[in-house]
Design a protein around this ligand. Structure first.
Ligand code: ATP
Length: 306
C-alpha cells in the first residue's frame, strides 16, 4: 500500500504544483497521465482561428462552490492587441489564463475566440493556438537544442538557432561548453530564471501561436537581463493577441488595455495614463511600486514612461 500510495501522492502534489504555475501546460496531461478536469464533447470540432479575437463574456468561475473566484468578467482583446491583468495576489489573474487554456470550464458566461465558444471545441485544437511563457519554465534533462525545439518538433536546426537569436539567448548558448548540445535541466547545466524565460520565448517563437499567454516573472532581474527579456517578449508578442499577467507595472505602460482585478472583479480598466488619472486602485498600485522599487528599477520605469 505504501509503495502505491507514495508515488500517487507525489504525482498529485506535482500535478497541482504545475497546474498552479501553468508550467508546460501543453503536455502536462500526457506526461502525468492525469485524468482531465475538462472533457471534450464527443466529436467536438477543432477551433478555427482566422483573426485572433478573444473575448470574455460575463465569465463567472469558482474552483469550489463556496467561493466565487471570478465574477462577471468581461473584456475583449482584439486581434494583435495586448491586454494586461494586474491586481493583488489571489485576485484571479492566473485563473483567467487557466480558463483560456481550458484547464477548467467557466460556470457562467463564455470565452469566445473568433466567435467560437471554447467550451465547444476540442482542447487539443485550442492549445495549438496558445503559446505560453510561464514565470518559471521547466527544462527537460536534455540538450538546450531539444528544449527549444520542443516548441515545434519539426523545426530544423537552423530554425532553432534563429528562434534563439530572436529570443536573445543565442550568444549565451554559444558560451555553454557544448553549445546547443549542452545538457541542461536538473541534471545538466542550470539556467537562471531569465535564461529559462528566454528558452520559453524561443519555444513560443517556433510555435508561432495566434495567442500568447504570458506570466511575467515576479522576481527582480538585473537591468540588462530585464531589457533583453522585454525586447524578446515584445518581438514574440508583436501582431499576436496577447494576455499578460503583470507584476511590475513599469512593463505594461504601453499595452492596449490594462484590467485591474480585485477579488475576482474588474474594478478599473484603461490605458496606463488613463488609469493614473482615475486616482483609484491602479494609481495607488503605481505609487506603491514607485516607492518599493529600488533606484535601478525606478530609473527603468521612468525611462519607459517618457
Ligand atoms: P498571484 O498574483 O498570487 O498569482 P492571482 O491573481 O493569479 O494571484 P489566482 O491564482 O487566479 O490569483 O487565484 C485566485 C483565487 O483562487 C485565490 O484565492 C486562490 O486561492 C484560488 N485558487 C487558485 N487555484 C485554486 C485551486 N486549484 N483550487 C481552489 N482554489 C484555487
Amino acid at each position: 500500500i505504501l509503495q502505491l500510495y507514495v508515488p500517487l501522492n507525489w504525482f498529485g502534489t506535482y500535478y497541482r504544483m504545475i497546474q498552479k504555475n501553468f508550467i508546460d501546460m501543453e503536455n502536462m496531461f500526457d506526461l502525468l497521465n492525469e485524468e482531465q478536469e475538462v472533457i471534450d464533447a464527443p466529436g467536438a470540432p477543432g477551433l478555427d482561428v482566422k483573426r485572433g479575437a478573444l473575448e470574455f463574456n460575463n465569465v463567472n468561475f469558482s474552483y469550489v462552490p463556496e467561493r466565487v473566484v471570478l465574477r462577471n468578467v468581461s473584456f475583449s482583446a482584439p486581434p494583435g492587441k495586448t491586454v494586461a491583468l494586474v491586481g493583488p495576489s489571489g485576485s484571479g489573474k492566473s485563473t483567467i489564463i487557466r480558463l483560456l487554456f481550458r484547464f477548467y470550464d467557466v460556470d457562467n458566461g463564455a470565452i469566445l475566440i473568433d466567435g467560437q465558444n471554447i467550451k465547444t471545441v476540442n482542447q487539443k485544437s485550442l492549445r495549438k493556438f496558445m503559446g505560453v511563457v510561464p514565470q518559471d519554465t521547466v527544462l527537460f534533462n536534455n540538450s538546450i537544442k531539444y528544449n527549444i525545439r520542443y516548441g515545434r518538433l519539426t523545426a530544423s536546426d537552423q530554425e532553432v538557432v534563429e528562434a534563439a537569436q530572436y529570443a536573445d539567448i543565442h550568444d549565451r548558448i554559444n558560451t555553454f561548453p557544448s553549445g546547443y548540445d549542452t545538457q541542461v535541466g536538473e541534471r545538466g547545466l542550470k539556467l537562471s530564471g531569465g535564461e529559462k524565460q528566454r528558452v520559453a520565448i524561443a519555444r513560443t517563437i517556433l510555435k508561432a501561436p495566434a495567442f500568447v499567454l504570458l506570466d511575467e516573472a515576479t522576481s527582480a532581474l538585473d537591468t540588462q537581463t530585464e531589457r533583453n527579456i522585454q525586447a524578446a517578449l515584445s518581438r514574440v508578442c508583436a501582431n499576436r493577441t496577447t494576455i499578460i499577467v503583470a507584476h511590475r507595472l513599469s512593463t505594461i505602460i504601453h499595452v492596449d488595455e490594462i484590467l485591474v482585478l480585485r477579488e475576482g472583479e474588474i474594478v478599473e480598466r484603461g490605458r496606463h495614463e488613463e488609469l493614473l488619472s482615475f486616482n483609484g486602485v491602479y494609481a495607488d498600485m503605481w505609487q506603491q511600486q514607485l516607492k518599493n522599487e529600488d533606484a535601478d528599477a525606478r530609473g527603468l520605469a521612468l525611462t519607459a514612461a517618457e
